[in-house]
Ligand binder design. Structure first.
Ligand code: KIV
Ligand code: ZN
Length: 508
């Protein structure tokens, strides 16, 4: 193996905010999407796919808002090959510094026959018309042949030739169902590059799903076969088993630059912070043994491994934790820590803030440090998240009292402050302290949303761990999530329920 440096730089197209957000349980509110978009820009992705503007007014608004703040990346909006979708896409992207309209239409026999009810000729005609229409608004148009891996390769070449002639500058090969095998997928990319007459006028992209656990392998194989762009998501979130994970692809290319001779422009030191943010705003945990960003990705348990790592880390580590932004051993933060140390830690975590937000956060840190001996990095991330990614508070928890035991029904008294300044108090009896508290809140807001999901976890270990609660409520076919954090699990549950109610009220 020789390292002569990369000969190509691959574009990273991040679809966390579109394909990722589309996955069950991964929805984000506008503030959260903006925060993720800013972080993706800092990470250095080339393209942020911000949403699917025609899918809902909320999606259109969030693509518009993201397009308005992102300057260093292309912002893309997904559109079916329909004029009304492309109209919504161009409206949403009007203020983008670098807009991209991404149109798609399926090419596989099964999609053509059962979903689109179209002949191959009609498909080509519609795809060409869509690209031509999109070109009126935007010079950067990408075309995706949905379900490409189950399509006839010659038909894909025909479609790509036609859409490139119509103006597409990127053609994407999705493994929509996660069906492909790495060598087979690399073969498909090679075939398309060799048999599409005008392929030199467009970049070749791929988009892999993880149904067989091969999304990253297929993506890397496609890069090896000459693809120019990879579509992926932070933590691999996405439809069903997810999309190819950005951090695995980027680190695969960086660590094995010697082998693939390609690289990306990603600042890998931002990877960990991006992964933590996406996990926090979606409430979807990263599995501990997940490559690159899992809790155990750099943990060495076996004695022989520990011995080797102590002698020389490279015995068992092919990359350093610092290279993805996991900070080195650092000073413990607690109640005696000053503002300077706190500010430095925020910077290390990629969460730098300025006054007055910094001052407010430092005060909350001090309150937490009074309750906990040691405030961990996870605790600090949680404080930042609690402060930043929330919707306006219609209701705020003022105080609560719960009476509970083994042989009596639980009673909860909740007092909330309404945004107009008034206080509202109710008492309710329930099957347990949480049930009683949620009922008291329902009485205050005079609504009874359905409690669809409730999850409680500890942010850190130890007796004084902070509890993090996630709640999902539903009403009239819509769903809202809320998150609460406290050293008291009842309080974190009440806060999470109120956060979900505030999301519901804000939506209204
Ligand atoms: O999986 C898929 O085929 C897609 C396309 C719309 C790119 O997400
Ligand atoms: Zn997809």
């Amino acid at each position: 193996m020789t390292n002569n440096g990369p000969s190509r730089v691959i574009d990273i197209f991040d679809t966390t905010l579109r394909d990722g957000e589309q996955a069950p349980g991964c929805s984000m509110n506008l503030q959260e999407k903006l925060e993720v978009a800013r972080r993706l820009e800092k990470l250095g992705v080339n393209i942020i796919e911000a949403g699917f503007p025609a899918s809902s007014p909320g999606d259109l608004e969030s693509v518009k808002a993201i397009a308005g703040i992102i300057k260093d990346c292309t912002v893309a909006g997904l559109c079916r090959s329909l004029e009304k979708d492309i109209d919504a896409g161009s409206e949403a992207l009007a203020k983008a510094a670098h807009p991209r309209i991404h149109v798609f239409l399926a090419t596989s026999p099964i999609h053509l026959e059962y979903k689109l009810k179209m002949t191959p000729d009609q498909m080509v005609e519609q795809a060409v018309a869509a690209v031509k229409y999109a070109k009126k608004f935007c010079s950067d148009v990408e075309f995706s042949a949905e379900d490409a891996s189950r399509s006839d390769p010659d038909f894909i070449c025909r479609v790509f030739k036609a859409v490139i002639d119509a103006g597409a500058v990127v053609v994407n090969i999705p493994d929509t169902t996660g069906y492909a095998m790495p060598e087979e997928f690399a073969g498909l990319v090679r075939y398309i590059k060799e048999h599409t007459l005008n392929i030199d006028k467009a970049k070749v992209s791929m988009h892999c799903h993880n149904d067989l656990g091969l999304a990253v392998a297929n993506s890397l194989a496609a890069v090896g076969a000459g693809a120019d762009q990879v579509e992926c998501t932070i933590n691999g979130i996405g439809e069903r088993a997810g999309n190819a994970s950005l951090e695995e692809i980027v680190m695969g290319l960086r660590v094995r630059k010697d082998y693939l001779q390609v690289d990306t422009r990603i600042d890998t030191a931002q990877i960990y912070a991006a992964s933590r943010l996406v996990s926090k705003v979606t409430g979807v945990n990263v599995q501990p043994n997940k490559a690159i960003v899992g809790e155990n990705a750099f943990a060495h348990e076996a004695g022989v491994h520990q011995h080797g790592v102590m002698a020389n880390r490279a015995t068992y580590e092919i990359m350093t934790p610092e290279s993805i932004g996991i900070p080195k051993n650092r000073m413990v933060l607690g109640k005696h820590s000053g503002r300077h140390a706190f500010e430095e830690r925020l910077k290390d975590l990629g969460l730098a803030l300025e006054d007055p937000a910094l001052e407010e956060l430092f005060n909350r840190f001090k309150i937490l440090a009074d309750k906990k001996k040691v405030v961990s990095d996870r605790d600090i991330e949680a404080l930042v998240m609690e402060n930043s990614a929330s919707t306006p508070e219609t209701y705020k928890l003022d105080r609560w009292v719960v009476n509970s035991g083994s042989s009596l029904s639980s009673t909860s008294t909740i007092r909330l402050q309404h945004k107009d300044g008034g206080f509202l108090e109710q008492v309710a009896v329930g099957h347990g302290p949480i049930d009683a508290s949620f009922k008291a809140i329902n009485q205050i807001i005079r609504k009874e949303p359905e409690l669809e999901n409730y999850e409680l976890k500890a942010i850190t270990g130890g007796e004084d761990a902070q509890g993090e609660t996630w709640v999902q409520i539903g009403r009239q076919g819509r769903h809202w999530k809320g998150r609460g954090i406290s050293t008291d699990v009842l309080e974190s549950s009440i806060k999470a329920y109120i956060a979900a109610i505030n999301n519901m009220e804000w939506f209204k």
